[in-house]
Design a protein around this ligand. Sequence first.
Ligand SMILES: [Zn+2]
Length: 74
Amino acid sequence: MANTTSWKSRAVTRPVEAGNSAICAACDQPVKFAARVKSFQVIANVYDNGKWNRVEHYHLECYEAAGEPYGAVA
Ligand SMILES: [Zn+2]
């Protein structure tokens, strides 16, 4: 078996950047850059049946509140 890679949904945290316009998949609010607050977003690569399906964005606190649906953030 050459291909043992298993494509799974996974999530990482990233600092929110200026000009970011993603919408949080949990609360439907923009994941906005705030100059004075160091805020983090969660970017989840969602795989469906082993194929990449979409990217979802979350506020870090929303992702944790949702029970980390795509696993613990890296
Ligand atoms: Zn949110």
